[in-house]
Write a protein that binds this ligand. Structure first.
Ligand SMILES: [Zn+2]
Length: 486
């Protein structure tokens, strides 16, 4: 069997001022052919799972075509989206003949020209290769799933955990079930139930969404159900696609799949009030963290999460930390290419005056004028050890470790969320040295830090990934959804 693979992944925060173009994708991945397999082999991610499953099953040849992914950011430019579609199509045509298509998609991609890039791409592939060509895709749990996506794919496999520690398993699922389909051992019937609601970016490691996963798992344990996944959706995409949803796949029995999606959807809807949580601001959260007897305490600023499209240069929490100036506290990390350049120009050991952060937009605080010692300059490149995507290379450009008063601050050229302690170690900052480690992430950091840290305190400051939906002027159907409208 020959299975063509491609990756098109972007989570679009339509409230971001940073438009996404080809250069933005090139920072992380805009690659073709064998380079795709080389980069993902041995990595605990979607394509890593596809590669391992194809090898484990035997008799499957993967044909890598085109792979584009970048950090969440604002609208994908129309011309960039057209170019991505063209590259996927051209790559697939060049790889012919093949027996099936397997894609890594996200589900919450929005271009200037379409509110549903995944539906647009799947529809394009259906029209080109016909309904007899099996198409499977993996999706992110933050995908905003549309009928168009369901209508133009045979099987969609969403990650169920947030942090997404099961990307690898969903990649394996996609290849395994395409193999069954091609052998005539599976006749997938897929259904979708969309709910008129949005929820903040909430973990599945505990709480109500863990219970939702248990409900999905109970359905998957029933004969005939191949897959059942709840999608939290991505609330920061102001698009008609945006919502919470459930997908189920049954073998030959659409009514059974529909029963599963409706049951899980009802289960979520009936407890919709529990997803609204009130989080402390920077001052209150830091107070809690500093008074905690154990250490280290992770303070995550969920509202400026680069993993949700926020700039990662916000200064609300950093300003509060610098004001308190407590020894044994650090911030890991802020994105600010100008500050990094100034530190590298001055050199290690120098004292510099620098404007730090708050430069991308006005929502995430103002730049801080600080005097800092340049403790260390380096290139922020390492292999991640987080269970989420373990083995993958991360490269955030040049970086610096500044000492501002008593506070250590890592600054990188490129934005990202902290997933493990590799960046801390790289900058000579072992976790054990700190009482409080401030980071920018919503939930993905939990895959590593939930066991590595003594405690986690989440703070919510003004920003484009805040839990407080009142901060956004939604214009799409989202404004009529719960909790924006009762
Ligand atoms: Zn996600």
């Amino acid at each position: 069997m020959r299975i063509a693979i491609a990756q098109v992944s972007h989570e679009t925060n339509t409230f971001s001022s940073e438009l996404t173009d080809q250069a933005a994708f090139s920072i992380r991945s805009w690659i073709e052919g064998e380079e795709i397999l080389r980069r993902h082999r041995g990595v605990r991610d979607y394509i890593g799972g596809m590669i391992d499953e194809a090898e484990a099953l035997g008799g499957i040849e993967l044909l890598p075509t085109f792979a584009a992914i970048t950090s969440p950011s604002g609208y994908i430019r129309s011309e960039t989206w057209a170019e991505i579609k063209r590259r996927v199509l051209d790559g697939l045509k060049a790889a012919m003949p093949f027996d099936a298509i397997c894609l890594e998609l996200h589900g919450a991609g929005v271009a200037e020209s379409t509110g549903d890039i995944e539906g647009d791409l799947l529809r394009t592939l259906r029209l080109e290769f016909g309904t007899a060509m099996p198409i499977a895709a993996t999706l992110d749990l933050h995908g905003n799933i549309t009928e168009r996506m369901i209508d133009n794919a045979d099987m969609l496999f969403g990650v169920k955990e947030y942090p997404h520690v099961d990307m690898y398993d969903r990649g394996r699922d996609a290849i395994q079930n395409l193999g069954r389909m091609l052998r005539g051992a599976l006749n997938p019937r897929m259904t979708l139930t969309r709910l008129p609601m949005v929820i903040p970016t909430t973990t599945t490691f505990h709480g109500p969404l863990k219970a939702v996963n248990a409900r999905c798992a109970a359905w998957e344990a029933k004969p005939g159900i191949v897959h059942c996944a709840a999608y939290h959706g991505f609330p920061y995409a102001d698009s008609p696609a945006t919502c919470v949803s459930v997908i189920a796949i049954a073998d030959g029995d659409e009514a059974l799949a529909q029963k599963a999606t409706r049951d899980v959807a009802d289960f979520i809807w009936n407890q919709r009030e529990v997803f609204a949580v009130s989080l402390p601001g920077a001052a209150e959260g830091l107070e809690t963290a500093l008074s905690c007897p154990e250490s280290p305490v992770i303070v995550n600023e969920t509202s400026d999460n680069p993993g949700a499209g926020a700039p990662g240069d916000g200064t609300w929490l950093l300003a509060e930390m610098l004001r308190r100036n407590v020894a044994g506290t650090c911030f890991a990390h802020l994105a600010d290419a100008e500050a990094v350049a100034a530190a590298h120009q001055a050199g290690e050991g120098a004292r510099i005056r620098v404007r730090l952060g708050g430069k991308v937009d006005v929502r995430h605080g103002t730049p801080l004028d600080v005097e800092a010692e340049v403790v260390m300059n380096t290139r922020c490149r390492f292999i991640t050890s987080s269970p989420m995507g373990k083995g993958g290379e991360r490269d955030y450009g040049l970086s610096t470790r500044l000492r501002i008063g008593n506070v250590d601050v890592i600054v990188t050229e490129l934005k990202s969320q902290l997933l493990d302690d590799e960046m801390l170690k790289l900058h000579g900052m072992p976790m054990g040295r700190y009482k409080v480690i401030a980071i920018k992430s919503s939930q993905h950091f939990r895959a590593f830090f939930e066991t590595a840290a003594a405690r986690i305190v989440t703070v919510d400051t003004p920003g484009i990934s805040t839990f407080n939906f009142d901060n956004f002027a939604f214009t799409s159907s989202v404004k009529y959804f719960y909790p924006l409208t009762e």
